[in-house]
Design a protein around this ligand. Sequence first.
Ligand SMILES: Cc1cc2nc3c(=O)[nH]c(=O)nc-3n(C[C@H](O)[C@H](O)[C@H](O)COP(=O)(O)O)c2cc1C
Length: 210
Amino acid sequence: MAGLLRHAGGGPFFVTFKEAFMDIVGICGSLRGQSINRMLLNLAGDCLPAGATLDVLAWDEVPAFNSDVLAKGLPPAVATLRERIRRADAVIIATPEYNFSIPGMLKNAIDWVSRGDDQPLLNKPVAILSATPGPLGGARVQYDLRKVLLFMNAAVLVKPEVFVGFAHQKFDAEGQCTDSTTRGFVQSQMDALVRHTKLQQQLQQLQKLA
Ligand SMILES: Cc1cc2nc3c(=O)[nH]c(=O)nc-3n(C[C@H](O)[C@H](O)[C@H](O)COP(=O)(O)O)c2cc1C
């Protein structure tokens, strides 16, 4: 999204960054149609500033991870998922908590994405949100997911964290958020993600010049 211009000649070296479009992909950790985490992901997309877009990915055809399958080549659904993440400026993951941890299908998809030196989450800005009908809002799944993503050297946004407890009371039948406090937390996180993404991209550009 940020184009780096290098100015040399005459004065001291300096760089400027040109504002441009920001392409963000969303991954919902739940595959069910009426997922409250998908509603939360959509809310995150609504909170992005002009010039940033959210593309919620369909990844339900990713097969069970199997090294024997990988040895024959990436399955098409995995290759598509990896390339879409690679092209994106940032990733937003909204997920439920299953048995105090990461839903198996989501962990399986991340395991596929994690293989190889060219794994696309390397240095990729990632924001995590979670929603549950219970009171804790997925507090435990977030730390497991954060641990996995940090191992992959993703640039996971630290704060603000967004845990939406009693989430079924905070979205209406059309999936719209009815709770201004939730909307405010998500807005703050999306503002932070955009700043974080710009900073990461500037750092990477400077590393290339160094
Ligand atoms: C297999 C399974 C395990 C679950 N474990 C937890 C849990 O550990 N903590 C929790 O708060 N909710 C748990 N739940 C309830 C989910 O938070 C709830 O079903 C939620 O609506 C799922 O998210 P979704 O609406 O995005 O599909 C579990 C649900 C399932 C199906």
